[in-house]
Design a protein around this ligand. Sequence first.
Ligand SMILES: [Zn+2]
Length: 259
Amino acid sequence: MPTVRDIERALYDWAPRALAADWDNVGLLVGDGAREVKRILVALDVTDWVADEAAARGAELIVAHHPVLNSHWHEMQSVVEDGGQGSLLRKLVRCDVAAVCMHTNLDAADGGVNDVLAQRLGLEGVFPLTEERIGRVGTLKREKSLEEFLSDVVQSLGCKGLRYRDGGRPVRKVAVGGGACAEYLPCALALGCDTFVTADVKYHDFLDARGVNLIDAGHFETEDPVCDALRAYLADKFPSLELVRSTSHTESVIQYYMK
Ligand SMILES: [Zn+2]
């Protein structure tokens, strides 16, 4: 039976720690590395409801993308019942559920978050958007109208809707950046991309985007597809493991439309 550490090690073989941003916190973040694992729950985030799901399904380990603990985001000096992060960490420890998180290292890795996103959108000839391997650039088989491409994005990522700015160009050469990557728009422009698909785009980013179709397809929607790749990778490495894709963490922010 593999241990939590064996699984962490196998994930680092795919997405080496050295690829993670220096502010990031990746790897085994909660739990006992020596514990043997029979069942893993794979989810984009370790939320309160994902922790409940892991405990209910008898999973010893959650493998997730976003770090459950990162001092860059939350300064923590205590682990107490606070209805938030402290309560989540206490629950994981109480239920003896470990958490291994592969974040910016998995964004950058071959076959990771951004390659999976590029593949979902049908891009070919894919290469990194930046020297640090953030984002990807690829080309569609054929040129599409923006309208047709938007519909493809919604269908291939399972978005309920999206936000965009029409750059007045047809879609052929596309940059992608799973999660919040709007700051890399200048790199996409420098590489001659007509379209950039990312998430968490601010109002002023949309205003500043000139001559490029800028699409905010949602943070969850642009990154969650990597969970299928995580599951497939671990299933291949550890055939005896039971790998469960989270069913409680299925969408993030819900968009409301007037009917
Ligand atoms: Zn993210």
